[in-house]
Design a protein around this ligand. Structure first.
Ligand SMILES: Nc1ncnc2c1ncn2[C@@H]1O[C@H](COP(=O)(O)OP(=O)(O)OP(=O)(O)O)[C@@H](O)[C@H]1O
Ligand SMILES: O=P(O)(O)O[C@H]1[C@H](OP(=O)(O)O)[C@@H](OP(=O)(O)O)[C@@H](O)[C@@H](O)[C@@H]1OP(=O)(O)O
Ligand SMILES: [Mg+2]
Ligand SMILES: [Mg+2]
Length: 369
């Protein structure tokens, strides 16, 4: 923000805050109806002041970890947003959500039951605010079993390619039961072992590759055991922001040959791939491996998943089975992924936010005051 604008903004916020304190004090001695009127007037005043000065179109309250703020709220996003009349405001977790704002949109990625309950309650009290995304829909993709269920149900097999999920097995407790369970399920080695629940912790991203069945009893349930699919070491990260899809290539785990499988035993933890992996977009790769999945296939997949999952902000990690042209597997779905690494994300994201509010206004013109 330029200095002049910054000062003007500070003055307005101070005026507004002063007004609110006075309002609060006055409210103590007035009737309930009057109190409510004061509150609405104060909210209108806030919107008018901010919108008058900056042609503000919408206020986005955000509740994100500091890591996410750093990777997502980059100056290029905040700058462009400001020019388009979008203001990002940090939500204060120590104060009631309803006392903050008013917000048009609440953008969030925090874990924990307490936060979920706060958001659910807020969503019910403030149906006029768009909460991105609904807590129960997010919860569904925080479990590695349920996250892939919708892809399996979709059964996409005739749309310029086939999309499935690797065969997998959930182990809830007893590690000693794993070798037998794997035999009964008929899973083929090697297997990728993934913690069942993704909770934003580093531990929930500690994955291992198991070469033999017996060593599987060394693993720590609850987990998902997933067949490893050779894919030539390249992964497609399909970013979804509302109706927009953007695909990037990332380096991934290399193929495991039959010989390697025969000559190895044990369970090997591998480093977190998504944060370590470099972009493979500019690498000189075998086109059979690096060719992007067909656009109509991605469009159908994204459209269906958006609807079934009830999410606007997510990504799909997809691999192509090595040696095939059109056999794809979805191996991971992430809520609100690292958009900061998506080329042009600042344009995509700001357009998305504006579009959301416009479509809401079209649906409910009464709220346009
Ligand atoms: N079934 C599989 N077959 C082959 N490679 C796999 C499979 N599952 C995972 N991988 C490899 O392991 C990496 C990490 O797996 P996954 O994406 O499931 O973990 P994650 O911790 O959820 O990652 P993220 O940081 O993207 O959330 C993948 O990017 C891919 O390289
Ligand atoms: O750290 P980044 O911003 O890049 O985002 C990563 C994000 O971490 P954050 O949301 O805590 O920041 C991860 O979320 P959790 O599974 O741990 O919830 C997961 O979505 C990764 O796939 C993202 O990396 P990407 O694969 O998109 O590059
Ligand atoms: Mg992943
Ligand atoms: Mg993931």
């Amino acid at each position: 923000m330029r200095l002049k604008e910054e000062n003007a903004y500070k003055n307005e916020v101070e005026k507004e805050n002063g007004g609110r304190v006075r309002l609060k004090e006055e409210c103590r001695c007035k009737g309930e109806v009057e109190k409510e009127n004061e509150r609405v007037t104060s909210q209108r005043l806030y919107s008018t002041m901010v919108s008058g000065a900056y042609q503000q179109k919408l206020v986005v309250g955000y509740a994100l970890t500091s890591k996410k703020v750093k990777s997502f709220l980059q100056p290029k996003l905040e700058g462009l947003a400001r020019n388009k009349g979008i203001l990002f405001v940090a939500i204060d977790l120590h104060r009631p959500l309803s006392d903050q704002g008013p917000f048009d949109i609440v953008l969030h990625k925090l874990t924990g039951k307490e936060w979920r309950l706060i958001l659910e309650d807020y969503g019910q009290r403030h149906p006029e605010v768009t909460v991105l995304d609904p807590p129960d829909a997010i919860q569904h993709v925080y479990n590695r079993q349920s996250m892939l269920q919708d892809v399996a149900d979709l059964n996409l097999s005739d749309c310029y390619g086939k999309v499935g999920v690797p065969r997998q097995l959930v182990i809830k407790n007893d590690p000693l039961s794993i070798p037998d369970a794997v035999t009964r399920a008929g899973l083929t080695l090697p297997l990728v072992a993934k913690p069942l629940v993704v909770d934003g912790s580093a531990k929930s991203h500690e994955l291992s590759l198991a070469y033999d069945q017996l060593s599987l009893s060394m693993l720590e349930p609850p987990l998902v055991l997933q067949e490893f699919v050779n894919h030539g070491g390249v992964l497609f990260k399909v970013f979804i922001v509302g109706e927009t899809i953007k695909v990037v290539r990332r380096f991934s785990l290399p193929d495991v040959s039959k010989r390697e499988l025969l000559n190895n035993a044990g369970v090997f933890q591998f480093p977190r791939v998504s944060t370590a992996a470099a972009s493979a977009d500019d690498a000189d790769l075998d086109p059979g491996i690096a060719e992007l999945p067909p656009r109509p296939l991605l469009e159908k997949l994204a459209r269906e998943l958006r609807r079934r999952l009830g999410l606007h902000l997510f990504n799909i990690d997809m691999i192509r089975e090595h040696g095939t042209r059109d056999r794809f597997y979805v191996i991971d779905i992430n809520y609100f992924p690292g958009y900061g690494k998506m080329p042009g994300y600042e344009h995509i994201f700001t357009d998305f936010l504006l579009g959301l509010v416009q479509s809401k206004q079209k649906r409910c013109p009464a709220n346009n005051s």
